[in-house]
Design a protein around this ligand. Structure first.
Ligand code: SF4
Length: 64
């Protein structure tokens, strides 16, 4: 599984960080998401799927 992230769209609200903190973080300014793992382990799939679903501006996609 691979996480695709559109940094230009991200507004940094952090919903994805709450859903999957192992995979997403916010930058020091709290304005943009930081992708901690581009290809997370399969065991994190449920959390990552939730993060993709919860992103309000559809900046995240999951491949595979
Ligand atoms: S949920 Fe979407 S808009 Fe919010 S920080 Fe994550 S990627 Fe950015």
């Amino acid at each position: 599984m691979k996480v695709l992230l559109d940094y230009d769209l991200c507004e940094g609200h952090g919903e994805c960080v709450i859903a999957a903190p192992e995979v997403f973080d916010l930058d020091d300014a709290g304005e943009k998401v930081v992708l901690l793992q581009e290809e997370p382990d399969e065991e994190l799939r449920e959390k990552v799927v939730e993060a993709v679903k919860i992103c309000p501006i559809v900046a995240l996609q999951l491949e595979g």
